[in-house]
Each structure stands twice: as structure tokens, then as C-alpha cells.
Design a protein around this ligand. Structure first.
Ligand code: PA5
Length: 444
């Protein structure tokens, strides 16, 4: 059973209830199109039934591979970018002890291939020099420049450190079944591989080995995570007006009223990368054909001391969706202080989370008063189950939202523009004409 709730009562001062209700039939119809495979981009709908279709055998293979890496190493570097990075990062950060990296955690999962920072690589290579490390390299296309550079660097380091044979046992590749340079390399080197299904795009791939293997390497229960997603799949796909439909209807109604930026805010730092994952999911899916809600993110209360001013008082184009976690996993009480110089003894004996919740409520009231329509997604706690539910909810909400706008939610033609220019500037073989053209443009 899914446990996540969606609340939208704080948008009705900005858009009439009847108006939002008017969007529900369209949202339900879009959900049926996504479910039945009749929406635009329907060759990329493999994610819709992933939670219910992933087999026990695949899950066991992933767990066994993770355990093998955990036995041979104490650091695994996950190499990937975009959809081949953010899902795993989001789940691992949400579930991890925030300070695990500062002491002797049994297994560290680090990330590379998601940037081309020379200093980052210098620091990473220096850090790994005396570590027993392994690599999980992920690229659906198998040709993306950023992870390919990262993999070159770390493969060379690993082979030099432990020899080619042992390195081959510590490298796992997740890529296309037959195409791409990574597939060829993995086959040539005899690496353990997992396949990203053809019909699942990168940003919808967290419930494939792309997300599941790194999460399992980090020591989390991927079966519980998949079960959470499956519960949400079963609930949503069998329930008209479900919460993903409601979310899609509300945000589209608000967008059409001129609220073109959605700020996803959390009051729990562990969810920072869930927001980063959501930004990619919605930005890459909806930002096309001159339309789309701009996805922005904030961590509260931290960002109330920076972005809070703009949200309260800036251009009135913002809607806010708050992810609220009902129960922390641990209890910390505020102590009494005999001097009471900070005048906080009125809070002594109260949970830290009580203060956080009052900050959350106070913020909601202030932002609504300031002209920001507010939606809430409430999860009972942070666990594998609830994160699984949350991510599937967002994926379906995205599929419905994009389909309501009659776009292909599942492609990303716009991301090719920078690559073409970068390859031209780097004089990549095959880009001779583009190189000439871009140099002429720069010299004008
Ligand atoms: O969502 C997407 O499809 C993209 O963000 C890709 O995941 C990203 O560009 C990485 O691509 P690849 O996995 O082919 O290296």
C-alpha cells in the first residue's frame, strides 16, 4: 500500500477549485495514454511497469553483484551523468548517514563522470590511490563524453594498481544490450554487465540496474525500494484521480495561470538530491517546444536564508511544492541551558523536528500570504519503501504532465546542441564542417 499523500488546498486562493477540477479529466486521460502506450514518445514507456515486472532473479543478480564488489573493495566509484547518475545519488543520499563519509563506513559510494572538472579528478585519483576500489560504469548510449573520460582515468588507475585481471573483476558496466562503445569494451574485457532496456530513458531508469546496483552497493535494500515503487504503480494505475493525476492537474492549472516556475522544497537535507533528480526528470521532459514549467529546488530552512527573500517577495511566477517528512527516524531533544543566553529554554525538552515542523508550517503560511501557491507531498518517513513510492509518483506525474501538454515527454533533443558545439571546438573527427563554422562565428 502506498503511504505518500498529496495536498493541494493551499493553491485555491490562486486558481479556482472548479478550474483545477476541469484539468482532472485531461490528466486522467493522459494517464490512460501513458498506461496504454498511446501517448507521444510511447517507445520509451518501459518505466511504467518496471516495478511490477522486475524479476526476483534480476534483483538477486544485482544483490549478488553488489555483494561481490563489497567483498573485494571498500570504495566503489559510480561513473555516469544525468539519468545514469542522479537516481542512484538521490536514493543513496536520502538513506545514508550524513556523516558516513567522515568515519570508517564499511563501503563508500563515490560518483564521477558527472562533470569534467580537472581538479575533481585530481582529488579523486589522489584519494583512490591507496584505496581498494571498484568501478560501476553506467551509460545507456555508451558514448557520452563525460563518463567516458572518467572511466578512462579510473580504469587506467585501477589496472595499474591491481592488474588487469583483478580490475576486470572489480568493474561492472551498465549499458545497452548490443550498441555503443561501452558495450564493445565490456564484451572485449569480459566485465560483468547489466542492460538498460531500450524502452527506458535515462531519467526514468532509477528502477533498472542503473539505480539499483549502486543502491545495493551502498548497502540498501533494493527489494524494499522496488516494493515501494510497485505499491505506487499498482495504486496509481488502478485509481482514477490518483495523487499523480492530481499533482499533474494542479501544476498545469497553475502554469496556465502564469505560475511558470515550480520550486520543489524539502525540510530535510537528505532529500537534496531527490530534488536534483526531480529537476532533471521534469526539466528534460517538459522543457521543449517553447513550453514547460521551469523546475527549481530549495533546501529549507537553509535556503530560507537565501532564496527565501525572492520566494516571499520577488516576481510572482512561483508555485511551491514541499516534500514533508512526517517522522524523523531518530529523536534528538533540545537541551536546557542554565544561562539561557539564547533565550531558547522555552524549547527545552522539545524535539528538533518539532521546531522544523513549525518552521515548515510558518513558511507555508508566509509564502501563501506572499502570493505563492503551495502544494505538499507528505511522506511518513524516509525509508527504501517511501523513497520508492516517491520516485515512482514523480515519474508518473511527469509522464501525465507532459502528455497533457501534448509533447514527447521522453526525448531530449535540446541536449545535443552543446555537444555539437563542444565536439566542433575540440576538433573531433567527423565534425570538420562544424569546426570551421563555429570558428568563423567566434572570429566575427
Ligand atoms: O535522461 C536522459 O536520457 C539523459 O539525461 C541521459 O541519462 C544522460 O545524458 C546520460 O546518457 P547516457 O546514459 O547515454 O550516458
Amino acid at each position: 500500500m502506498n503511504t505518500i499523500k498529496f495536498e493541494s488546498d493551499k493553491i485555491y486562493g490562486f486558481v479556482e477549485k472548479e478550474c483545477v477540477a476541469g484539468y482532472l479529466p485531461k490528466a486522467n486521460a493522459a494517464m490512460e495514454q501513458v498506461k496504454n502506450g498511446t501517448c507521444k514518445g510511447n517507445d520509451f514507456l518501459g518505466w511504467v511497469n518496471l516495478p511490477s515486472s522486475i524479476t526476483e532473479e534480476t534483483l538477486n543478480d544485482i544483490v549478488e553483484t553488489a555483494n561481490n564488489l563489497r567483498a573485494r573493495t571498500n570504495v566503489v566509484v559510480v561513473i555516469g551523468i544525468g539519468g545514469s547518475y542522479l537516481g542512484a545519488k538521490a536514493v543513496i543520499e536520502a538513506l545514508s548517514n550524513s556523516f558516513a563519509y567522515y568515519d570508517n563506513a564499511p563501503m563508500k559510494v563515490l560518483f564521477a563522470g558527472h562533470n569534467i572538472g580537472e581538479d575533481y579528478y585530481h582529488e579523486l585519483v589522489s584519494y583512490l590511490a591507496d584505496k581498494e576500489f571498484g568501478i560501476c560504469v553506467i551509460s545507456k548510449s555508451g558514448t557520452t563524453t563525460e563518463p567516458a573520460i572518467g572511466f578512462r582515468l579510473l580504469k587506467e588507475l585501477l589496472e595499474a594498481k591491481v592488474g588487469k585481471e583483478e580490475a576486470g573483476k572489480r568493474i561492472v558496466a551498465i549499458t545497452d544490450e548490443s550498441k555503443g562503445a561501452l558495450r564493445t569494451l565490456a564484451n572485449n574485457e569480459g566485465y560483468k554487465t547489466f542492460v538498460i532496456p531500450d524502452n527506458v530513458g535515462g531519467r526514468f531508469s532509477v528502477l533498472t540496474p542503473v539505480g539499483l546496483l549502486p543502491i545495493a552497493i551502498a548497502g540498501f535494500d533494493i527489494k524494499a525500494f522496488v516494493k515501494g515503487a510497485k505499491d505506487m504503480e499498482e495504486y496509481c494505475l488502478n485509481t482514477p484521480d490518483n495523487i499523480a493525476v492530481q499533482y499533474a492537474a494542479c501544476r498545469n492549472a497553475l502554469n496556465d495561470k502564469g505560475y511558470g516556475v515550480e520550486v520543489l522544497a524539502n525540510f530535510n537535507h537528505k532529500l537534496h538530491y531527490v530534488t536534483e533528480w526531480w529537476k532533471q526528470l521534469y526539466g528534460e521532459s517538459e522543457g521543449k517546444d517553447g513550453q514547460g514549467i521551469f523546475p527549481a529546488g530549495c533546501d529549507f530552512t537553509t535556503d530560507l536564508h537565501s532564496m527565501g527573500q525572492y520566494i516571499q517577495d520577488g516576481v510572482r511566477m512561483l508555485m511551491e511544492t514541499v516534500i514533508s517528512v512526517e517522522n524523523p527516524n531518530y529523536k534528538v531533544l533540545i537541551p536546557t541551558d542554565t544561562d539561557n543566553l539564547d533565550k531558547l529554554n522555552f524549547l527545552a525538552g522539545k524535539n528538533v523536528d518539532y521546531v522544523n515542523k513549525m518552521a515548515e508550517l510558518g513558511t507555508q503560511l508566509a509564502h501563501v500570504d506572499g502570493g505563492v501557491p503551495n502544494m505538499r507531498i507528505v511522506m511518513p518517513n524516509i525509508s527504501e519503501q517511501t523513497i520508492g513510492e516517491l520516485l515512482y509518483f514523480f515519474e508518473l506525474g511527469c509522464g501525465i504532465s507532459g502528455t497533457m501538454c501534448d509533447i514527447n515527454t521522453f526525448d531530449q533533443p535540446g541536449v545535443e546542441a552543446y555537444k555539437k558545439n563542444m565536439f566542433a571546438l575540440l576538433d573531433k573527427p567527423g565534425y570538420e564542417e562544424e569546426s570551421k563554422a563555429i570558428r568563423a562565428k567566434l572570429n566575427k
